[in-house]
Design a protein around this ligand. Structure first.
Ligand code: 4GX
Length: 268
C-alpha cells in the first residue's frame, strides 16, 4: 500500500529561511530525524544571473505587480529534477487542484516532490509548459506566496507516511478519515468547571467506547458537515445509528401530533 522508501521534499523559494521553523518542530522534525523524509529549501535566487540576481520583472502589457522571471525558476527546477529524477514537480497556485485528504494520500505514495513557491502576481506562463507536472491549491483564498501552501501540503503528507505519528498508524485508523469528523475527545480532569466526562469513556468497555465514538463522529458530521455524509458510503453500523435517530425523532413528532390543537392556537 505504501512506498517504504524515504520521501524527498525539495522546495524552491526566494525565502528558504521561512522553512527552518517548519523543519525544526514536532512530527516533521521527528520524520527528518528518523529519515522518513529528506528536506531541502533551495533559493531560486541562486539560479538568477547578473550582479543583482533579480528573480522578478514587470509584466508585458503593463499593469501593477511583478512576475517571477522564467530563467531562474527553470534553472532551479531542472537542478532539483536532476538531483531527484523521480520527483513530481508541483506549482502551488490558487489555480490548482484543491488539496484534500484523498490527494494527500496519493502524494504520500510518491518518492519525491519538488514544490515550486511563487511570489508576486505569479510565474511566467511558459514555466508551466514542460517544467510543472501538477498545480495544487490549498484553498480559495489569496496568499502572498506559495511557501505556506507548500508547508501545508508537506505537513499533511508527512503525517501519512508509515511510522511518523508514533505508535500505530493513527492517521488512517479512520478508513473514513476523509469523510467523517472526529469524535469528541476528553482528558483529565474528570470534572472541568462542572462539566463531566461521559461515563462510558471511563467504563473500560471498549466495545461500548467504540460505539459511542462512532455515534459522536456521526452526530458531529450531521450537525456541522452534512455534505460529508451525503457523499459517503455509509457502513452497516452507521446506517443503524442513523435509523435509530430517525425512529427517535419520529417518536417525538408522533407524540406532538396529538397536540395539534395547541400548535394551531399558536402555542409554538
Ligand atoms: N493555494 N498563492 C502563489 C503566486 C502565484 C500565482 C500564480 C504561481 C501562480 C495559493 C493558494 C496562493 C498566492 C500562492 C499567489 N504563483 N497557493 N502565489 N491559495 O494563494 O496555493
Amino acid at each position: 500500500m505504501q512506498n517504504s522508501g524515504i520521501m524527498n521534499f525539495t522546495v524552491l523559494t526566494i525565502f528558504p529561511e521561512m522553512f527552518d521553523p517548519f523543519w525544526e518542530h514536532g512530527i516533521v522534525r521527528r520524520a527528518i530525524e528518523q529519515s522518513k523524509i529528506a528536506v531541502s529549501a533551495v533559493n531560486i535566487r541562486d539560479f538568477a544571473e547578473g550582479k543583482h540576481r533579480v528573480t522578478d520583472d514587470r509584466p508585458y502589457g503593463g499593469g501593477t505587480g511583478m512576475i517571477m522571471k522564467p530563467e531562474p525558476l527553470a534553472g532551479a527546477i531542472r537542478d532539483a529534477r536532476t538531483k531527484t529524477p523521480s520527483s513530481r514537480t508541483i506549482l502551488m497556485t490558487p489555480q490548482g487542484q484543491k488539496l484534500d485528504q484523498h490527494l494527500a494520500r496519493k502524494l504520500a505514495l510518491l518518492p519525491g516532490l519538488v514544490l515550486v513557491c511563487g511570489r508576486y502576481e505569479g510565474v511566467d506562463e511558459r514555466i508551466g509548459h514542460d517544467l510543472i507536472d501538477d498545480e495544487i491549491s490549498i484553498g480559495d483564498y489569496v496568499l502572498t506566496g506559495g511557501e505556506l501552501p507548500a508547508m501545508v501540503l508537506m505537513d499533511s503528507v508527512t503525517r501519512l507516511l508509515p511510522g511518523t505519528l508514533g505508535g500505530v498508524d493513527a492517521s488512517e485508523e479512520d478508513s473514513f478519515s476523509d469523510s467523517l469528523l472526529e469524535h469528541a475527545y476528553y482528558t483529565r480532569p474528570r470534572v472541568f468547571e462542572g462539566a463531566e466526562v461521559p461515563d462510558v469513556l471511563l467504563s473500560g468497555n471498549h466495545g461500548e467506547i467504540e460505539k459511542w465514538r462512532l455515534e459522536s463522529s456521526l452526530i458531529r458530521t450531521f450537525l456541522k458537515r452534512k455534505d460529508l455524509l451525503e457523499n459517503r458510503r455509509l457502513g452497516k453500523q452507521e446506517i443503524e445509528i442513523l435509523k435509530k435517530w430517525c425512529r427517535d425523532i419520529e417518536k417525538i413528532l408522533y407524540v406532538q401530533s396529538f397536540h395539534s390543537a395547541d400548535t394551531l392556537s399558536g402555542n409554538q
